[in-house]
Design a protein around this ligand. Structure first.
Ligand SMILES: *[C@@H]1O[C@H](CO)[C@@H](O)[C@H](O)[C@H]1NC(C)=O
Ligand SMILES: *[C@@H]1O[C@H](CO)[C@@H](O)[C@H](O)[C@H]1NC(C)=O
Ligand SMILES: *[C@@H]1O[C@H](CO)[C@@H](O)[C@H](O)[C@H]1NC(C)=O
Ligand SMILES: *[C@@H]1O[C@H](CO)[C@@H](O)[C@H](O)[C@H]1NC(C)=O
Ligand SMILES: *[C@@H]1O[C@H](CO)[C@@H](O)[C@H](O)[C@H]1NC(C)=O
Ligand SMILES: *[C@@H]1O[C@H](CO)[C@@H](O)[C@H](O)[C@H]1NC(C)=O
Length: 499
């Protein structure tokens, strides 16, 4: 009994002293146990017991406020009669119901807005609710009454991989013609401020200039002025500018100079790249659209679906055909057929899709067949079959599984995706990859990609070459692009001032 009470007495003393002086080891033990140092500190002088704790808090607060330029929200008054005030502090990204990128008039009564919506707003709300038109009678908006229409949301249901945001387009169709008197006008939208809140905000979506409506109607009622529009993917990261130039030279030739290229820059194209692409910019063949703040609105693959659909609507009454694929893909139609013939043959179709054949970028012809050969011309080996992740006929393996890319008749298309169209998804033709295909040089656009790990000496006689480089036998030796690029260089020589 005596011994036990002595031990208990010692333990209590240790607890007491460790609370009082905060001996590191015992203090931690006590703090972790059911004992409360606060109980002990009330027994002793409060100043002695609490002072060390305050200075510890002081320290963490000081170092915390060095790390960040805000403080943890705390009450602003200790007066019990006053309400405690506490703010919410946002971190990370905002979650807007609708972020508009562009707006296009489509007819006498219809406008399309192209943008994105947060997944929450799409799933639980009607992000844009109403459209309103106000004509600018003789330059003044005061006199003109507004007309309203219900906003219809259009979501792209194919190739959609929700991130924070997803693509959302708005169909503003009025019951009567609006702004056709050419006076110009304003298009407003009413945007929900959050699910189940009931609140809305009215925003200006488009200011239509005097005369713009009749310009559009004239385009609508005439054949397209441009044969081909190409809509590129968002260009990001550290890219090879010379590859992009070579890609342009090839496709400029493929389309016989009748194409206009639209590139969306999300940080991959700086002034040094632009200088490389200068011949095409100055020649009026290339438009670069900088969309650098897209980083604030994260959506799948740098908002690729947003830009695809912006480009679709931008070219709706501009081009006969609008193409969508990437800058590491080269479109090819084996002779004797030409791409032009194919397009004419299918001019009533809503879309045409092409198969995709992966190119081998680890094997390069060395020495190049000609000293002046570009990188793309050194890739002579292609997979024997098109890309296909299903068991079906790989030559007509459709959509994403076939890595298909495509062209649309933009007047017949409302919504487009990466590997296929979304609305309509019928009325097109899926060509056998033997008839039309893209060669896919996967990843070469990135300056960091490792290429040409093995240099294949193409000067060797074929039997020796196959003995020395047995891996080439798994592939087709296919110089189509390499040869076509030579012709493309001649075709673009004046533009490039190469010769
Ligand atoms: C600790 O807090 C007190 C009271 O808020 C303040 O006067 C003192 O400067 C602070 N000390 C440090 C090191 O931040
Ligand atoms: C249009 O406005 C101008 C002044 O802003 C005015 O002089 C003119 O008479 C107006 N025209 C019509 C047709 O109302
Ligand atoms: C746009 O809305 C109008 C009115 O509801 C509808 O008639 C039309 O089919 C819609 N068009 C598209 C492309 O969604
Ligand atoms: C290519 O364009 C040129 C000039 O526009 C034209 O004369 C020629 O016929 C076109 N070639 C083909 C194959 O369409
Ligand atoms: C596609 O073309 C290949 C090669 O000519 C042929 O074997 C295959 O049957 C074709 N597929 C279809 C669906 O026509
Ligand atoms: C490539 O092959 C040719 C012909 O046999 C030979 O002359 C040349 O030295 C070879 N080049 C290399 C880099 O091996």
């Amino acid at each position: 009994m005596d011994k036990a009470s002595k031990v208990v007495g010692k333990v209590v003393l240790i607890i007491f002293l460790s609370c009082l002086f905060q001996w590191p080891f015992f203090y931690m033990l006590v703090k972790l146990s059911i004992f409360s140092c606060n109980a002990i500190s009330t027994l002793t002088s409060p100043s002695l017991a609490t002072k060390p704790e305050t200075s510890a808090d002081n320290k963490t607060e000081a170092s915390f406020s060095q790390q960040a330029d805000f403080l943890i929200p705390r009450e602003t008054t200790s007066d019990p009669l006053k309400p405690k005030q506490q703010a919410l502090h946002a971190h990370g990204y905002a979650n807007y119901p609708f972020v508009q990128f562009s707006a296009y008039r489509d007819s006498e009564r219809t406008f399309f807005l192209i943008g994105i919506t947060s997944v929450v707003a799409r799933d639980f709300d009607q992000p844009v609710q109403e459209c309103e038109w106000q004509s600018l009678k003789n330059g003044s908006q005061q006199l003109a009454p507004t007309v309203a229409a219900k906003a219809e949301l259009i979501y792209v249901t194919y190739d959609q991989f929700p991130r924070l945001y997803v693509i959302a387009m708005v169909n503003c169709t009025f019951e009567e013609e609006v702004g056709i008197g050419n006076e110009g006008g304003l298009l407003f939208i009413t945007v929900s401020v959050g699910p189940q809140r009931g609140g809305t905000e009215r925003k200006l979506a488009l200011e239509e200039k005097k005369g713009a409506a009749s310009d559009l109607m004239r385009k609508r009622n005439s054949p397209p002025s441009l044969r081909i529009a190409f809509c590129g993917p968002p260009i990001h990261g550290n890219i090879r500018a010379d590859w992009v130039l070579h890609w342009l030279v090839y496709h400029h030739y493929l389309w016989n100079g009748s194409a206009h290229f639209f590139f969306y820059n999300v940080g991959g194209l700086d002034d040094s790249h632009r200088r490389v692409l200068d011949p095409f910019l100055k020649g009026g063949y290339l438009t670069i659209i900088d969309a650098l703040d897209e980083k604030l609105f994260p959506s799948w693959y740098y908002n690729q679906l947003l830009f695809i659909n912006d480009c679709l609507h931008m070219t709706r009454y501009l081009s006969s055909w609008t193409f969508f694929y990437d800058l590491d893909e080269f479109l090819f139609v084996p002779p004797p057929r030409t791409l032009d013939q194919l397009l004419d043959e299918h001019k009533e179709k809503t879309f045409i899709t092409f198969g995709s054949i992966p190119s081998v970028t680890s094997l390069c012809a060395d020495p190049p067949v000609k000293a002046s050969h570009w990188l793309v011309q050194q890739f002579l080996w292609m997979q024997k079959l098109p890309h296909c992740i299903n068991d079906e006929d790989p030559w007509v393996c459709l959509r994403g599984p076939g890595a298909r890319k495509y062209a649309v008749n933009p007047r017949k298309m409302i919504a487009a995706a990466v590997h296929g169209t979304s609305w309509p998804s019928e009325g097109g033709i899926d060509l056998n990859a033997t008839i039309a295909r893209t060669y896919h040089y996967h990843g070469v656009l990135s300056a960091e990609a490792t290429l040409c790990q093995k240099k294949v000496n193409v000067s060797l006689p074929i039997d020796q070459l196959e003995k020395q480089f047995p891996e080439v036998q798994q592939y087709n030796t296919d110089p189509s692009i390499s040869e076509a690029v030579d012709e493309a260089k001649d075709f673009s020589a004046l533009l490039l001032k190469l010769l």
